[in-house]
Structures are given as C-alpha cells and as structure tokens.
Ligand binder design. Structure first.
Ligand code: CO8
Length: 258
C-alpha cells in the first residue's frame, strides 16, 4: 500500500492537513495535490470543522512543484492536463478559513500554496522564495498575482526576478505572513489560533473570508457594496443575534453555526 501524501488529524473543530513527502522535501506532485484537494473539500464539507490548517515538516513546508515530474512535460501535456488549474486551485473552493503553518523552506509552488491560504503563521526557520526564474520558468501557481497583492510590486518583482528569499521576519515586515513564532511553538500556536477562529460562528467566518477576498477582485466601490450586502445578510443569522444578545447579557455566546 502506498503511504498517504496528506495526513489528516482533527483537533476539536480544527482539521490539520500535513504534507507528507519528506524525502522530496514535500515537492508538490499531482498525486499530492489531488490528495490535498480531496482532503480540503472533505474538511470543508464536514460540519464539525470550523478551520483548516495546512502544514509541512520541520525542514520544508514544501520545496515547490515537483521538478522531476515536470522536467519532460510538453506544452500539450500541461495545457490538456490543465496543470495547476486542475487540482492546485481546489483550495480556492474552500469557504472555511485555511491557515498555513510554515517551517523551513516554502519555495516556488510551496510559497504559492501558502499564499493561497488565508493566514500564514511562520516559524523563525521559514524561508519564502519564488525561484522559478532559475529554472527558466515562472511562478505559475498564483505567485505573480498573489505576491504583489500581498507585498506590493517592488518587493514582489525583486522576489520573482532575482529569486530573492525572505526570512520569516522579513516576510512578516513585508506583509507576506501574519505572525512569526519560535519553531517549537509553530503547531501549538497555530492550533491555538485556528481553534480561536473555529470557535466563532462558521457562517460569519465564511462571510468575512468571502468579503476580504473580494477586496482583491473588485473596485473599492464594488467591494464596499459586496461587504454591505454581506453585513445585511448577517441579520438573517441566528448566531449574529445570539452574539449581540450574549454581549448585552454579559455572557458567552453559544453559536449554532446557523
Ligand atoms: N522537486 C522535486 N524534487 C525536489 C524538489 C522539487 N521542487 N526540491 C527538492 N527535491 C528533492 C531533491 O531532488 C532531493 O532528492 P534526492 O535526495 O533524490 O536527490 C531531495 O528533495 C532533497 O533535496 P536536496 O538534496 O536538494 O536538499 P538540500 O538541503 O541540498 O536543498 C533545497 C534544499 C534548497 C530546497 C533544494 O532542494 C532546492 O533548491 N529545491 C528546488 C527548489 C525550487 O526550485 N522550487 C521551485 C520549483 S518550480 C515551482 O514550484 C513552480 C510551481 C508553479 C507552477 C509550475 C511552473 C514551473
């Protein structure tokens, strides 16, 4: 039997997915991305899960797309096989919050996978780079689009054109990651954060994620309109009334995720 490339654990309301190709530093091949997509959709559809964490190993979150697999592909192979689009982008269908817990290298597609998550928690050992230019390739799993939106054109161009790597603290300063923690605390702190997020009302979390993502997709006026509609829809939610009445009654809210 072949070993799972994605390991799934459940911690309370948090689903944890661990990339597991340690000998290849979690290089992301089709089989792994298929498994990751299926695992993400399974957790997204599981009513007992409120947030998802994707992590790798101590040495590598992921060292990028699998160069061994790609080396001899033709244009027709990638075009007809819908490379990246077919399975890497499954993460875009996930409506629950997804956190990346990154230690070690997050290179190329590994960095792009982290960028596709909603919150990135970096261990001090984390290193982020888009070194595709060294292969005469380009960051083609969202890197040329998400990175400039995250850290601006100047830093993104530098990273994409020179393959410059950022350490965890630089990545934090530039806005690529959300938080930096000591390596030993990466999983406990990420799980604590994910548990906090997952304790909130799931429909509220989904609405917030959708609304924040809209900021990348629309003009300010359109985004504000979208946000306002999302806000009005909150008034149709039992949890929103519970949240406000619990505050007024000076008690903890009990959310039904409705
Ligand atoms: N693909 C396949 N195998 C890999 C990869 C990879 N991306 N990275 C590491 N490995 C393998 C190595 O080949 C090696 O295998 P073996 O033991 O069989 O020789 C094993 O993992 C361990 O790696 P190293 O011996 O190289 O370990 P080091 O500690 O010396 O170096 C590094 C670690 C710095 C991470 C080094 O392995 C490295 O530079 N890896 C490649 C990084 C890279 O270029 N990543 C970008 C890939 S391209 C990409 O992600 C594009 C995605 C977007 C769409 C696709 C368009 C191209």
């Amino acid at each position: 039997m072949t070993e799972a490339l994605i390991q799934t654990e459940i911690h309370g309301r948090v689903g944890v997915l661990t990339l597991h190709r340690p000998r290849q530093l979690n290089a992301l091949n089709d089989a792994l991305m298929d498994e990751l997509g299926a695992a993400l959709l399974a957790l997204d559809g599981d009513a007992s899960v409120g947030a998802i964490v994707i992590t790798g190993g101590a040495r590598a979150f992921a060292a990028g797309a699998d160069i061994q697999a790609m080396a001899d592909w033709s244009y027709s192979d990638v075009h007809q096989g819908a490379f990246i689009t077919r399975n890497w982008e499954t993460i875009r269908q996930v409506r629950k919050p997804v956190l990346a817990a990154v230690a070690g290298v997050a290179l190329g597609g590994g960095c792009e996978l982290a960028l596709a998550c909603d919150i990135i928690v970096a261990a001090e050992s984390a290193r982020f780079a888009l070194p595709e230019v060294k292969l005469a390739m380009l960051p083609g799993a969202g890197g040329t689009q998400r990175l400039p939106r995250a850290i601006g054109k100047a830093k993104a161009m530098d990273m994409c054109l020179s393959a410059r790597a950022l350490d965890a603290h630089e990545a934090d300063r530039y806005g690529l990651v959300s938080r930096v923690v000591p390596d030993a605390e990466l999983m406990p702190r990420t799980l604590e954060l994910a548990a906090q997020v997952a304790s909130y009302s799931l429909p509220a979390l989904m609405a917030i994620k959708e609304s924040v993502n809209r900021a990348w997709e629309s003009s300010l006026a359109e985004g504000i309109l979208f946000e306002r509609r999302a806000l009005y829809a909150r008034f149709a939610s039992e949890d929103a009334h519970e949240g406000m009445h619990a505050f007024l009654g000076k008690r903890a809210p009990v959310f039904k995720h409705l």
